[in-house]
Design a protein around this ligand. Structure first.
Ligand SMILES: N[C@@H](CCC(=O)N[C@@H](CS)C(=O)NCC(=O)O)C(=O)O
Length: 215
């Protein structure tokens, strides 16, 4: 058995943060497929008892330890490996600040937008998309401005803040109906930089469950 197991599925950008981190640090890991779409597995009492009371992926299992919340998993893996680790108190707090902003406002809105657009049945009221798109545009503009004068979120070195923020950004533009990299050039250049790191893989390559069977 691998050192780490990651409960995940291919369509989850929240899980991609953890999967990408594991691959970038060269960890010995394997995915554990969570059947979110066909079985609604995260909502089953068994999942909530045995895997995660919050009913979410990702969950990182390591020995007897199980960690959820991608920000916690990233922090744990960077502490253990020394890689993508913010250095010193100021950087640590700065990374946490961007991880929370990402979870709530960047991918926190992009994830539900993409889910509703591609997977929700019946499709939601267009007003829902209008609201979310306004929030997304605002948050992406903030990230683009941050990245314009620097290579990575904290400066010239990639950290867990970058790995958190890329969560949904490599999924195909058609899944959003807009092209994030084109609309936000500094984000586009930053995504290319991260893609060039040894161990980078696309979410659909890194985690099981793509493509979805016809539903
Ligand atoms: N803040 C959490 C978000 C996790 C999350 O929302 N995961 C989704 C999949 S992309 C999930 O498991 N949702 C199940 C549900 O809400 O029922 C993290 O970063 O780990």
């Amino acid at each position: 058995m691998s050192e780490y197991q990651l409960y995940c599925f291919a369509q989850s950008g929240n899980a991609y943060r953890a999967a990408l981190m594991l691959n970038l640090i060269g960890a010995d890991w394997q995915p554990v497929f969570v059947d979110f779409f066909a079985r609604g597995e995260t909502r089953t009492p068994q999942y909530r008892t045995d895997v995660n009371e919050m009913g979410e992926v990702p969950v990182l299992a390591y020995g007897n330890k199980k960690l959820s919340q991608s920000g916690v998993i990233l922090t744990y893996l960077s502490d253990r490996s020394g890689k993508f680790l913010p250095q010193g108190e100021d950087e640590r707090l700065e990374a946490l600040r961007w991880i929370i902003f990402d979870n709530q406002k960047v991918n926190g809105f992009l994830g539900p937008y993409r889910f509703l657009k591609n997977f929700a049945k019946p499709a939601p009221d267009p007003a829902v998309f209008g609201f979310l798109k306004g929030r997304i545009d605002n948050a992406l503009a903030i990230v683009d401005k941050r990245l314009a004068p620097r290579s990575f979120v904290l400066g010239e070195r990639p950290t867990i803040a970058d790995i958190s923020l890329v969560a949904y950004l490599y999924y195909p533009a058609e899944e959003f109906g807009f092209d994030i990299a084109k609309d936000h050039p500094a984000i586009g250049r930053w995504l290319d930089r991260i893609k060039a790191l040894p161990g980078w893989k696309h979410p659909y390559e890194l985690m099981p469950g793509h493509p979805l069977p016809d539903r």
